[in-house]
Unconditional design. Sequence first.
Length: 530
Amino acid sequence: MKVLVINGSPKCENSNTMKLTHAFLEGAGWTDAEIVHAIKSDVKPCTGCFSCWNKTPGKCIIRDGMDEIIEKLIVADVVIWAFPLYYFSAPGALKNIIDRQLPISVPFMSRGNESGGHPSRYDLSLQRHIIISNCGFWTAKGNYDAVTYMFDHYYGTGGNASIFCAQGELFNVPELKGRTDAYLEIIKRAGSEFAAGAISAETQAELAEPLYSREVYEKMADASWGIAKNDNPNTKIDDSLVFTKQMAAMYMPDGVERVLEFYYTDANKTYQILLTPKGSEVITGDFRKYTTRIETSISIWRSIARGEIAGEEALFQRKYKVLGDFELMMKWGKLFGESTTQKHAENKPVQKQKSSMLVLLVPWMVIWVTVAINPEYGGIAGIMAAALIPLCWHFFRPVIFEQISIPIIAGLSLAVLLGADARIIIPISYVVFGLMWFIGAFMKKPLSAYYSANSFGGQTAFNNSLFIRTNRILTVAWGLLYLVTPAWTYYFMGTSLSSYIGLINTICPLVMGIFSIWFQRWYPERWARG
């Protein structure tokens, strides 16, 4: 299989065009494709002398790089025409190559299409062509009419495939790499499908979807030029303001009005982003009272935006500070996250089921409550509770501490059934449970983190050092609670309140649960203030 790529971008391998093309080649498995860069090929414009038709048939009288390109075009099985859209057509260097293909045709008129044409000098009926192009508009629709019409004349309507990518300049923005990489994966799929026969309608539909909405993209595009848009388009604006405007363009309203203030410590610049239910607006003067203020160097915030460092990790390392309402930071991913289409969201793998602390707590509570009321029935209930834990794993992700609990609960329940004193067994159970929490606090993943991760991004939360530290503190607190519980438990079990001890001790975890919810938000906010 001989695959020839004619790249029309003047930027050659550094172009966004070639990022798309290489993804297509990788998907197709054509890693040995030959690439010709039009700008480097020394191809002069066609003079229209028609010598290649009547004086030197099949040979152009201009001796330049086109001689070699024509030879490659004739023997290629697949030709990929890759180029950015220039004034709604192909760039000049590529148009020279297109025009200089005249020797491949013969001068006689052909009735192959309604408007006329010229037949090929060679049998290229099995040759396949595909156009890969990107443009700077928010959509490809309506901008490639001239290109489509031109190539349809060359190869006949439907004789070539095409991938027209809008918002192409975004592929050169490191901060948007997550979104553009997702698009490149679709192009790889298109390459695989084309190599096997044809690009599916479903893949074509996904390729046609804009990366961002028109409003978001055009705001980012306008800001990227670094010049004033309205008053004086010749005036340069500060790079930090460009970056802030592009960030503001990404905002997805949630119905709440806020004032987000940025102070870039290295640039000594302050800007505010007014976040409204309808969108966002960057304010450079006459500042309002901020809702949330972020103090950071612009280099750090760029690194976060590019994914070079996680925002949570940078906060843990105190690379920036957050003042005011910390709730905005908790919602940052939703408010300023990369806006993927619903189609792509549907293609994401289904996340595994979440874990639930009830799976851990309930079996222990069963023996604490029931054994205190009736040791015999309580022992049976405890064994049954331990046996039911694995069934819960069909609905919730299993946690190692739940697995450890099974033999411990079963053993304690069996001891009661064999005649062990409930007044001794119940306090022992609290000690064992407290030790499990206390030991769990010093493991790589603290015990409480398995359950609170559900509210903090799922499994990705375990990469957040501040999240781990917060839960390490909480796990120690839970451990201490259960280590001191046996003292009053043993005392009350010797009184008339014995049968109520399980109920009494259930109130403590509920209070601790409320404290945990509060602490998980208070501690990171306190840390963020520096």
